[in-house]
Design a protein around this ligand. Structure first.
Ligand code: ZN
Length: 244
């Protein structure tokens, strides 16, 4: 907080009024799982991009088509991973492999067999910049915090598991299993027939005149907070304007 205060006093005052677990990954107990966007719905922005400000029926149609495409792409990818006997999706594989390469530089200086606990010195005994971490396999915890945040054992946990003759791949959280990934995208979308074949509704849609707003003069202002997902679109439009 002191570093933020030195950089921007207004930001410090704003953040001081919000409990830390709501905006800081270091204090959220691992619930954000490394996700640093403002909320999980940001993940859908890439799917729905470009659907804003269209007529309602067009938004619904476009959203359905893009979701179907998104799910088909992912389920095809998942089936390929299953066929190749991949344990986890690409993201988890990359992270695990990266951390599995590091233990060659770690040194286990102390360990307890019963609680499967170890103290790890990173960088070896003689290297500069050594750090000491404590790993507890029984509570799936390492003092570096990465195991808790990502659900994938860090290099220290992998090193400790090997010292205790455990298979470190069993320490990856089960929600990364390829079967879970496949199940996520295996849901079915039913094709929609032409409107002429639909059942006759038993109700009639009516405008709610109470809620209808009077048209205002000028362009409506948006309250949307623009983020990194929106910027490329704005940049493309700007480039088009400058090219004219
Ligand atoms: Zn660690």
């Amino acid at each position: 907080m002191e570093a933020i205060k030195n950089k921007n006093i207004l930001a410090h005052m704003y953040l001081a009024g919000i409990s830390k677990e709501k905006w800081s990954m270091a204090h959220d107990g691992g619930w954000r799982r490394g996700v640093m966007t403002t909320n999980m719905s940001e993940c859908l922005n890439s799917v729905l991009k470009g659907a804003c400000r269209l007529p309602i029926s067009a938004i619904v149609h476009l959203t359905l088509l893009r979701c179907v495409k998104y799910f088909i792409e992912h389920v095809t990818k998942a089936q390929l991973m299953v066929h190749e006997n991949q344990l986890w999706p690409d993201y988890a594989c990359r992270k695990y492999e990266e951390w599995e390469r590091k233990p060659s530089k770690h040194c286990v200086v102390k360990y307890y067999v019963r609680s499967q606990t170890a103290q790890i010195v990173t960088g070896g005994r003689t290297s500069r910049g050594q750090h000491m971490q404590v790993v507890r396999i029984s509570t799936t915890d390492c003092s570096c915090g990465k195991w808790t945040i990502f659900g994938i054992p860090c290099s220290h946990a992998i090193c400790t598991a090997k010292w205790h003759s455990l298979d470190p791949t069993t320490l990856v959280q089960p929600w990364y299993n390829i079967s879970e990934y496949l199940a996520t995208y295996e849901g079915r979308f039913e094709p929609l027939a032409d409107e002429r074949y639909w059942d006759q509704p038993t109700f009639k849609l009516q405008h709610n005149t109470v809620r209808r707003e009077r048209r205002r003069v000028g362009r409506d202002t948006t309250t949307q907070l623009r983020n990194e997902m929106d910027r490329p679109v704005a940049t493309e439009r700007q480039q088009r304007r400058t090219n004219r």
